[in-house]
Design a protein around this ligand. Sequence first.
Ligand SMILES: Nc1ncnc2c1ncn2[C@@H]1O[C@H](COP(=O)(O)OP(=O)(O)OP(=O)(O)O)[C@@H](O)[C@H]1O
Ligand SMILES: [Mg+2]
Length: 277
Amino acid sequence: MDIELTAAAARHPAARPGMAPALKDLSLRVAAGEHVAVIGPSGAGKTTLLQLLACALPPASGQLRLAGQDPWALPRPALQRLRGRLFLAPQVPPLPPRQRVVTAVLAGQLPALGLLASVRSLFYPSDIPAAHAALDRFDLAEKIFERVDRLSGGERQRVGLARALVAPASLWLIDEPLSALDPTRSRQAVASLLGSARERDATLLATLHQVDVALAHFPRIVGLRDGELAFDLPASEVTQERLARLYAQHEHELLGAPPAALPPADASPQPVVMHCR
Ligand SMILES: Nc1ncnc2c1ncn2[C@@H]1O[C@H](COP(=O)(O)OP(=O)(O)OP(=O)(O)O)[C@@H](O)[C@H]1O
Ligand SMILES: [Mg+2]
């Protein structure tokens, strides 16, 4: 699915009046089947951009077109059908704790199922081979009948990614897929994600804090800062100078170190003062 975003601004409904919009005057063209990493410091607007593209948030101004259509001009049933072709993976996947992994993965198919089939799938997961194949891409096949609350944070995050592989979507919007993964798992997970997107001809946008992984795996890098486009370049043209400018005053994010304001890990804990009324 191709994306055309023209001079778009976005504002969260809960944002305080007078606050700058989370995205300002953002224009972006992504062709069907492209793979794009979105990087930038905390608060840059990366998640907001994915929400805008997922039709979870309407543009405050400017225009969005997905597959040539303005989603917000569509009648409700057509908007719902379009949303069924989008897959948004939030950073923390909303997995019910007592659910089995197989059910959690197959929940990715729900947008394509009718109401009855959806309810049946929740109680009697039928497409077990699809769930198994998706989990296998993330090295989790042996956990297929495990309960979600018995998984580690990184395993849960990979279950959330496996959902994309069973979803009937042609646009994958993946928010911070690697935040709970160690460096080796990060590289494996991103390679699986990109390989699977390629096999399905899906357009993929992923926000990433791991700049090295983004540059190594994604052909195109979009840098966001303060809700604006800082650059949109092939990975090979993203220089250290550009990164230093993108992360100025947020160097700890670029270097993967803790923020300077945090006390060192071995600092003695401060007493906690509690006030009782
Ligand atoms: N639900 C919300 N209500 C009000 N304001 C919000 C909401 N979510 C985000 N914002 C604001 O929008 C701006 C962009 O936030 P966003 O979450 O898109 O940043 P981000 O680049 O994804 O940051 P991070 O790397 O920390 O996830 C921030 O100023 C943030 O405070
Ligand atoms: Mg975010």
